[in-house]
Design a protein around this ligand. Structure first.
Ligand SMILES: NC(=O)c1ccc[n+]([C@@H]2O[C@H](COP(=O)([O-])OP(=O)(O)OC[C@H]3O[C@@H](n4cnc5c(N)ncnc54)[C@H](O)[C@@H]3O)[C@@H](O)[C@H]2O)c1
Length: 251
């Protein structure tokens, strides 16, 4: 993919399933990758895998819902590797539950991890991208943010908000050579999906109902992430793109 060699990318939640797959692909494409995750061991494992295949990577244990902690981690990354060119806001979390059965403490956690974290990181990174006249922000939204599945009301609200946030930010930052886009995975076969849909039979039924007859896997996401991070997508901004095997074709 043109324009990725030598770029610095940060992937939040880079120790998780989709974040690790994206980190590995960006590392393969010649990016130096900063793996930010609250799970330090998982982040270190991702960085180790990138280095083992000849790439450059570092790992930081950081709670990206905490603005000060996110800024400190970013400054440490900049001191060690240089400015961040590509930010992938990928950290996310949810649990299944009908809205009336959930509590404000749950909403707060869902909002912090799925939405506030992306605001924190984008706010910390964008000024330097503006100064440098180039940048890529990729928000990991979800088809939940477009379709609104039952049992995920607050998560869907956050992912919808993330899409809208990206559209506004894209217009603000377009004059500075910075693009902002959202990836909307459909159900993707990761540990998070097992938490969301604990019953294996229900997951299989979901797979069968997909036009392609299967769930997504993290590797389905990485090509689009690399494209949106690259020079190839320079005129693509403010978009939300589904990667769902054709499950979601509207909006
Ligand atoms: N799996 C799916 O079906 C699916 C579908 C649509 C969208 N998504 C989105 O894709 C992204 C990745 O999901 P996944 O399936 O790989 O999940 P995952 O649980 O494997 O990975 C999420 C990662 O985020 C990290 N994280 C959580 N809170 C954090 C915090 N406060 N600070 C830093 N890191 C934190 C976790 O430690 C984990 O490594 C999420 O944003 C999720 O909402 C997933």
């Amino acid at each position: 993919m043109r324009g990725l060699t030598g770029k610095n990318a940060i992937v939040t939640g880079g120790g998780g399933a989709i974040g690790r797959a994206i980190s590995l692909r960006l590392g393969d494409e010649g990016c130096g990758v900063g793996v930010f995750d609250i799970d330090g061991e998982a982040a270190a494992e991702t960085a180790h895998r990138i280095e083992a295949s000849g790439g450059e990577a570092s790992a930081q244990t950081v709670d990206v819902t905490d603005y000060a902690a996110a800024k400190t981690a970013l400054e440490r990354f900049r001191d060690d590797a240089g400015a961040c060119d590509v930010l992938v806001n990928n950290a996310g979390w949810d649990r299944y539950g009908e809205f009336v059965d959930t509590e404000p403490a749950h909403w707060d956690r869902v909002i912090a991890i799925n939405l506030t974290s992306a605001l924190n990181m984008s706010h910390a990174v964008a000024p330097v991208m503006k100064e440098r006249g180039w940048g890529r922000v990729i928000n990991m939204a979800s088809d939940a943010g477009r379709a609104g599945p039952p049992g995920h009301a607050v998560y869907s609200a956050c992912k919808g908000a993330l899409i809208a946030f990206g559209k506004s930010l894209a217009k603000e930052l377009a004059p500075n050579g910075i693009t902002v886009n959202a990836i909307c995975p459909g159900p993707n076969d990761t540990p998070l999906l097992e938490e969301l849909i604990p019953d294996a039979g229900d997951r299989e039924a979901l797979a069968q109902s997909n036009p392609m007859g299967r769930l997504g896997v993290p590797e389905d996401i990485v090509g689009l992430a690399a494209f949106l991070a690259s020079e190839e997508s320079a005129y693509v901004t403010g978009q939300a793109i589904s990667v769902s095997g054709g499950r979601t074709t509207h909006g």
